[in-house]
Every structure is written in structure tokens, then in C-alpha cells.
Design a binder for this molecule. Structure first.
Ligand code: SAM
Length: 361
């Protein structure tokens, strides 16, 4: 089995399959940027497939599988380019007396072992009452402060970890007239609007400079948390244990795209969920490549991504060339359209359906 379903257009290629296998079909050094949230070490359970990383026996087994993805992403990324990983600390439970696992710390260690270099850690701020209402975490209840605050904790931030593949970046990521679009809730001071797209000496581009100051902050405190793709319908009714997938906020993805990729470049997500990273990549004039294991999420991703171009904001689509050749650059040969076909790639090892991909090789 390589992929069960796929859709390929000139702007995106999405596959329903196991990323541990499908990544192997992508040519070395052909991806400009990857953005994704991995399953959080088993915190949420997406499916009962033995290929699902959220379905690992324990934290150690999760990392044995995830290491394989980290190394494959290193291989397919252009030297000097980035991978951006969205994660958070993992609570042991919701008894009110729980502890946190330093998931981001472990992700950093595993990336370093695979040769990645960490370049940034951003914190996405969460409003505590909203977190309490969504998670019903006992250690966030005001009642806990009143009764015994030794049992209180924090409305944990999400982290965005950015790593660079070693080697020289051969294609500079340029912004000749600065940053043009602000992804966040904060309003830019009105007097700066006149500088948008300023063509003169960029030292005086106060519009872009204002955006840069927000993006360069380690604390992203105005991400629109509710600005996510539709996800509720993606639930598989037959999967009783399944929790909802939590789509990544489009503001977070847009900031990464602006900072770490040029228009027209290839942006990959190995854990596509309902398609947020590919959707936003297409909306912003990049070429999106996504892999998702769970059929019901893949179908929702397909629906979501088909609307990406309808919703594009003119500012975001700065440039897009209609060259459908990007799959060739990736080394993947595939036909257009949705269908049940195998990826035609000599790089894929012959695996039986249901066979576990070896964690280390
Ligand atoms: C945290 S969610 C990603 C959500 C995504 N960022 C979005 O905005 O919708 C992780 C995803 O990884 C998928 N997944 C787990 N194991 C996988 C595998 N081996 N190959 C591909 N996808 C996998 C899960 O089904 C789930 O959709």
C-alpha cells in the first residue's frame, strides 16, 4: 500500500496514506518548508490504525515512529531551509493533581539528534478562561484556587518550534517591498497604512516594520484562536474513542509561510488533518503537499482545500505560476485527479497493507 486516495492539481498534491511510507517517495532536498502539528504523543487518539502515531503503545514508541518522520523531513528539505513544528506540553490527565510532560523539549532533542538546528521558539498565547471552558481542566478552575491552590496549573501556551536543515540556503527568502499582510487580531496604527508595499528605501517601510515587530516577538499574543478550518464533520462515527482533531490556526500558518518561504515554493505537511497547512499555502500562492492517514479527515481536507482559492485575499496571492511541474521536482510521478491509485515511485519499499513501518533503519 502506498496511498489509498490522492488529488493532484497544479497548486497542491494531497495523499491519503501513511506519511512514514509516502515521505519516502519525495526526492531529497525538494521541499522548501514543512509546517505541521504531530499527534501529541498519544494525548488525542485519532484512529485505531496501527499506523497512526497517536495510537502508539507509549511515549517511547511514539518517538520511535516520529524519529522516522523527523529524519525523512530532514532528507526532503532543501539545505538551509526550515521545518516548523506546532506542539504543547502534555498533561498526564485531568484529576486535578496532574503533571506536565515537556513534549516540546523532547521534540527539540530528537530534532537535534537528526541534525536539525533550532532557530526559534514562539509561544502562542491562550486565554485561560477559554482554555478552562474547552478542556474542563480541573487545575484551571477558580474553585481550585479557592480550595487549594497547590492543585492549580497554567493555561499552557502552544509552542511553535522552528528548525533549520544544515547547509547553505541556495534561494534567499526575499521580501523586496517588505511584509504586506498581517495575520493577527491587533490593528495596525492607521498612519502606517500609507506605507503598504512601499517601494523606496525599505528602512522607511513602516508598514512592514510594524508587522515584523509583531512576528519577531517570542510571544504571539493575538493569534485568532477561532480562525480555523471546518473540522466537526470530519469525525468518523464508527470510531467511538475518537476525539476531534484540533486544526492549526490559520494565522500561525500564514506567519510561518511569510517568514520562511517564497511565493511559488513547495510547503509540505506530513500530518495534514483537515488540511489547514495546505489550504493556507495555496491561499498564499505556495504549492501545498499534504499526507493524512485517516480517510474521514482526508475527505474533509479535500473539501476545505478546494475552497482555498475562492477565499484567497488578493494581498496574499502575490504571485503564482501555473506550472504543474512541481511534482516532478519532488520526484513523485502521479496522475491528476482523485482516485485509488498507487504512487508510482521506485523509492517506495514493497510494504504489505497493515505492516508497521520500521521505526529505525
Ligand atoms: C494534530 S493532527 C493535525 C491537524 C492539522 N494540523 C490540521 O490543522 O487539521 C495530527 C494528524 O496526524 C494524523 N496522523 C497520525 N498518524 C499518521 C501517519 N502515520 N501518517 C499520516 N497522518 C497521520 C492524524 O490522523 C491527525 O489528523
Amino acid at each position: 500500500m502506498a496511498v489509498a486516495e490522492q488529488k493532484i492539481t497544479s497548486k497542491y498534491a494531497i495523499y491519503q496514506g501513511d506519511c512514514c511510507e509516502t515521505l519516502q517517495a519525495i526526492r531529497e532536498g525538494s521541499v522548501h518548508l514543512s509546517i505541521y502539528s504531530p499527534p501529541f504523543g498519544g494525548l488525542y487518539h485519532y484512529s485505531s490504525s496501527e499506523r497512526d502515531l497517536s495510537n502508539s503503545a507509549d511515549y517511547a514508541e511514539f518517538f520511535a515512529h516520529y524519529d522516522f518522520v523527523i529524519r525523512e523531513l530532514f532528507r526532503v528539505t532543501m539545505p538551509g531551509r526550515m521545518t516548523a513544528v506546532h506542539c504543547s506540553d502534555i498533561p498526564s490527565g485531568n484529576t486535578g493533581d496532574d503533571e506536565l510532560t515537556d513534549f516540546s523539549g523532547d521534540i527539540i532533542r530528537h530534532h537535534k539528534e537528526a541534525g536539525w538546528r533550532m532557530v526559534a521558539r514562539y509561544c502562542v498565547w491562550k486565554e485561560p478562561l477559554a482554555v478552562r471552558n474547552r478542556t474542563m481542566a480541573k487545575n484551571l478552575a477558580h474553585k481550585s484556587v479557592v480550595e487549594d491552590s497547590s492543585r492549580c496549573s497554567v493555561a499552557a501556551a502552544d509552542y511553535l518550534l522552528v528548525f533549520r536543515r544544515k547547509g547553505k540556503n541556495q534561494v534567499p527568502i526575499t521580501h523586496p517591498t517588505g511584509l504586506h499582510y498581517y495575520a493577527g487580531a491587533r490593528k495596525m496604527p492607521a498612519e502606517l497604512l500609507q506605507y503598504k508595499g512601499y517601494k523606496g528605501n525599505q528602512i522607511y517601510n513602516r508598514y512592514s516594520h510594524w508587522i515584523w515587530r509583531q512576528y519577531a516577538s517570542a510571544f504571539w499574543d493575538d493569534i485568532r484562536i477561532g480562525k480555523v478550518l471546518p473540522f466537526q464533520e470530519a469525525r468518523d462515527e464508527e470510531d467511538e474513542d475518537e476525539k476531534h482533531v484540533h486544526p492549526l490556526q490559520l494565522d500561525v500558518i500564514e506567519r510561518i509561510l511569510q517568514l520562511w518561504s517564497n511565493p511559488g515554493e513547495v510547503v509540505l505537511t506530513p500530518f495534514m488533518g483537515v488540511g489547514s497547512e495546505v489550504f493556507q499555502a495555496v491561499r498564499s500562492g505556495r504549492k501545498g503537499v499534504g499526507i493524512e492517514l485517516k480517510p474521514s479527515y482526508f475527505r474533509q481536507a479535500l473539501k476545505n482545500i478546494e475552497h482555498a482559492e475562492d477565499e484567497a485575499e488578493p494581498d496574499q496571492v502575490e504571485m503564482f505560476e501555473q506550472d504543474a511541474e512541481f511534482l516532478e521536482e519532488l520526484g513523485i510521478e502521479a496522475e491528476s485527479g482523485v482516485g485509488h491509485r498507487e504512487l508510482k515511485s521506485t523509492a517506495l519499499p514493497p510494504l504489505e497493507t497493515g505492516e508497521k513501518v520500521p521505526a529505525n533503519d
